[in-house]
Design a protein around this ligand. Structure first.
Ligand SMILES: *[C@@H]1O[C@H](CO)[C@@H](O)[C@H](O)[C@H]1NC(C)=O
Ligand SMILES: *[C@@H]1O[C@H](CO)[C@@H](O)[C@H](O)[C@H]1NC(C)=O
Length: 521
């Protein structure tokens, strides 16, 4: 109460000495306050008189108060520029931002008493070198204490954080990969402790070890947490046991010798599609299905049609028990491809998904035209697309987990879809034959995460390791863009069910009629 009384009085008399003690920078004195206060003046005389020890000219003010109070209404407006400084927030409430700088020293002199002109530019504002500056809330230049008074700055103002030789105030932040670091009031940086997707320790350990593959940094993963990688970059739900136990179709292994190296793109040139990029859409279920179906349709039509089918069509329209960019099942995707069919990527381009926003609505439907064939009932979402033709498949079939049978299937009919477990080190794969490494084995569980993904396997081969051992591998296309891995592809150990890649492998035939083969191009 006492302070709030003294404040308007001091302004009336404009005694700076008084303001030093009585200022309340958070409060703007308005005319209303003055009017409200005036009838109470006499009641609070005792309090005000106590203030006189701080406020030498108070006696004069008291005598004149009855007149001055009314005059003050205009006075305050006129004198607002003089009070600006008092009302401004202190410069150092967050610590000295540039404790090492030279400011008052630039002026060569400090100013006695109050001198509102005694300033120096300071970062984006000004600081003061008059003796008045050291108030409750200080607006002194950082070198005021040292240069003008020859003493150390008050210690509570010194709590700054440093980084690369610069000082930062309390509350400043910077981003360190997936962690935000904040300058705390004790002058230390406090960083979040998330496990990052790009973990330099994994990269170093893999590259120093002899694991048969090399790891690297990916700018598209930089800044993400490992959990975000698992959450947004995969997106295949493991089929339930009813589907997992689906009868396997056994491939007729007539004694043809399979080649040591095989790449479907070599046998079927122009019919094997490039790796896709799902971005931060957890929709590998749709990407791997569209990719395998695209290749199979092209192969079966003998290249008469080479559609790049639309993952977005599946993501947005195959919504029954599927969750678009939040994950889905490959058996559901194959059901949709058989019963409804999808258009090409050109017709229905990938739009991804707003982070945590609603999924994009379905913009393509089909109707039966008899004999199981269907046609689109909508125009393409892309108005410049040339065709809204619907492509369908036959029922997908599950292969056995036999390495040789999978190879034979790829060799005879083309790429297959495989479900695999992706571990923390797989994201950082750059080249070589991948195997999940034990480099994080001794670490806390939060460094060791995995999730289910699906990919397209297009071939195989083998390498001789430095040890002299033969390293057999699968050649597979991922859906993390062409700048990931070996131009969007990766090689992974074959014949040992690495990351469960041989557990659930699916093939399919496209639905191709003779007229597709003869008329389309
Ligand atoms: C003025 O500076 C001194 C340090 O020299 C400090 O102890 C004191 O609290 C400051 N006064 C105000 C009002 O900020
Ligand atoms: C990884 O890449 C990002 C972005 O490209 C870069 O800012 C970061 O410094 C790199 N980190 C390492 C450990 O190389």
């Amino acid at each position: 109460m006492q302070n709030s009384w003294a404040f308007p009085f001091c302004i009336v008399g404009v005694t700076r000495a008084c303001l030093i003690h009585k200022e309340d920078p958070g409060k703007t004195s308005t005319s209303a306050q003055f009017l409200l206060i005036s009838p109470l003046l006499s009641l609070d005389l005792a309090n005000i008189q106590e203030n006189q020890q701080h406020c030498p000219r108070m006696k004069f003010i008291l005598l004149a108060s009855t007149f001055l109070v009314l005059g003050a209404i205009n006075d305050v407006t006129a004198q607002r520029s003089r009070t600006k400084r008092e009302l401004a927030p202190g410069l150092h409430s967050l610590g000295l931002r540039d404790a090492g700088g030279s400011y008052c020293q630039q002026r060569a002199s400090c100013c006695p008493g109050r001198d509102d002109a005694c300033t120096v530019p300071y970062l984006d504002t000004i600081c003061y070198c008059d003796l008045f500056c050291n108030r409750t809330v200080s607006d002194c230049c950082p070198d005021f204490w040292g240069y003008c008074l020859g003493i150390n700055p008050p210690t509570n103002l010194q709590k700054v954080c440093t980084k690369h030789g610069n000082n930062y105030p309390n509350g400043a932040t910077y981003q360190d990969n997936c962690n935000r670091c904040t300058c705390t009031s004790d002058g230390n940086w406090h960083c979040e402790q998330n496990t990052c997707l790009v973990n330099p320790r994994i990269i170093d350990a893999v590259n120093r070890g002899s694991y048969g593959w090399k790891a690297g940094n990916y700018s598209q993963f930089w800044g993400m947490t490992l959990d975000e990688g698992i959450q947004y970059r995969l997106g295949t739900v493991k089929p339930p046991s009813s589907v997992m136990n689906m009868n396997e179709l056994h491939v007729n292994m007539n004694n043809d010798a399979l080649p040591t190296y095989f790449n479907a793109a070599g046998k079927w040139p122009g019919m094997i599609h490039e790796p896709l990029d799902q971005g931060n859409c957890a929709g590998s279920w749709a990407f791997s299905t569209a990719a395998v179906a695209s290749d199979r349709l092209s192969i079966q039509s003998m290249g008469h049609m080479t559609p790049a089918l639309s993952p977005q069509n599946l993501l947005s329209c195959d919504t029954k028990n599927q969750h678009g960019c939040r994950g889905g099942r490959v058996d559901g995707a194959w059901w949709y491809l058989r019963r409804r069919g999808i258009v090409t990527e050109d017709c229905y381009p990938f739009v991804g998904q707003n982070t945590n926003g609603p999924s994009a609505p379905c913009m393509m439907h089909s109707r039966s035209t008899g004999r199981g064939k269907r046609q689109a009932t909508n125009n393409c979402p892309n108005p410049y697309a040339s065709s809204n033709e619907i492509y369908q498949s036959t029922p997908a079939y599950r292969l056995s987990s036999s390495e040789k049978e999978i190879m034979k299937e790829i060799f005879d009919n083309g790429p297959v879809q495989a479900i695999m477990e992706v571990h923390e080190d797989f994201f950082l794969y750059k080249s070589g034959i991948y195997r999940h490494t034990p480099v994080m084995a001794g670490e806390h569980e939060r460094y060791r995460r995995h999730g289910t993904h699906s990919v397209r396997v297009i071939g195989w081969g083998e390498d001789i390791a430095p040890s002299g051992n033969v390293q057999k591998y699968w050649l597979a296309a991922n859906s993390w863009g062409k700048d990931w891995g070996e131009n969007g592809y990766f090689r992974i150990a074959r014949g040992e069910n690495e990351c469960e890649i041989e557990t659930f492998v699916v093939g399919v035939w496209g639905r191709v009629s003779m007229e597709d083969v003869s008329h389309k191009k």
